[in-house]
Design a protein around this ligand. Structure first.
Ligand SMILES: O=C(O)CCC(=O)C(=O)O
Length: 284
């Protein structure tokens, strides 16, 4: 038995490519994070209109470099305990996306594997998806095809649909048989963990509330980036044993000047790298 996951949960992750539901914080703390998020992200977006041509506004990408609520979330002890059970004690945050799907909108996430344009090797990255509002089938929760992480990296293409919420609309070329798909409902403060290669998607939000969650990409320090651009990441537990990334600073307060500069630098490097990475099927 590890720090938090039972042997059966670790086995389920290895077999199915995900484990759920787990609890990070109580509903009251999730509510405080949500309130801070809504206020701070709106303020940042007003001051920094989305980068032209991008589907994800800058505030949705690596928000833990800008905002205290996100810096606290990526360092949450319960989440880190569970991730440690899967990848060991030296843990970095490589990436994070704020998945904010407004009530009654058509935005959706196409079938994909997270690792497609990340350029990480080996494929050991784990995504913690942390709910800050009810994530239900009605609100368009994440839906996973169990066991597909064992199929390896499959070809994707960049879908032109602007309603697809991924940075490039990356979509699996062969539409999977979704009849075996499993919805992953979560209550505020709960999280799931999924493997970087497991196929997943999510449908539009048909509920009356926004569906808000943070997708945190954790990697063990031994994982490296295969591209030419040196990227940055945040050490959240243990030691940076392999020095594969420049370490990022923690924001002192929401959008302080150093935080804004570190965030701009980190996401600029990330976009440069992800655009120059061919599909990882060519690399592995
Ligand atoms: O939030 C969603 O609907 C999709 C999340 C996702 O694709 C991810 O966390 O990898």
């Amino acid at each position: 038995m590890g720090r938090i996951l039972t042997a059966a949960q670790v086995e389920a992750y290895e077999r199915d490519g995900f484990v759920t539901p787990l609890r990070a914080v109580d509903a009251a703390q999730a509510g405080r994070w949500r309130a801070d998020l809504e206020q701070s992200v709106r303020a940042f977006d007003a001051a920094n209109p989305a980068v032209a041509g991008r589907r994800q506004a800058s505030s949705r990408v690596k928000p833990y470099l800008l905002f205290r609520w996100a810096a606290e979330m990526v360092r949450n002890a319960a989440i880190l305990d569970a991730v440690e059970d899967l990848v060991g004690p030296d843990i970095l945050v490589f990436h994070t996306t704020l998945w904010w799907k407004p009530a009654g909108t058509e935005n959706y996430v196409p079938w994909h594997q997270d690792g497609t344009y990340f350029g990480l090797a080996p494929f050991e990255h784990v995504t913690a998806w942390v709910a800050l509002s009810p994530s239900t089938e009605e609100s368009g929760c994440v839906t996973i095809l169990p066991g597909t992480h064992r199929d390896g990296q499959l070809p994707h293409y960049d879908a032109p649909d602007p309603k697809a919420m991924l940075s490039r609309g990356q979509t699996l070329k062969a539409v999977p048989d979704s009849s075996r798909a499993v919805p992953i409902p979560l209550r505020p403060g709960e999280f799931s963990l999924h493997h970087t290669m497991v196929m997943h998607s999510s449908a539009p939000n048909r509920s009356a509330d926004d569906r808000i969650g943070l997708g945190i990409s954790y990697i063990p320090a031994r994982v490296r980036h295969v591209g030419e651009t040196r990227l940055s990441a945040t050490l959240v537990r243990g030691a940076n044993t392999h020095d594969h990334f420049d370490l990022e600073p923690e924001p002192v307060s929401d959008m302080d000047a150093a935080a804004v500069a570190a965030h701009a630098d980190s996401i600029a490097r990330f976009w440069t790298a992800s655009e120059s990475i061919p599909e990882m099927s060519l690399v592995h």
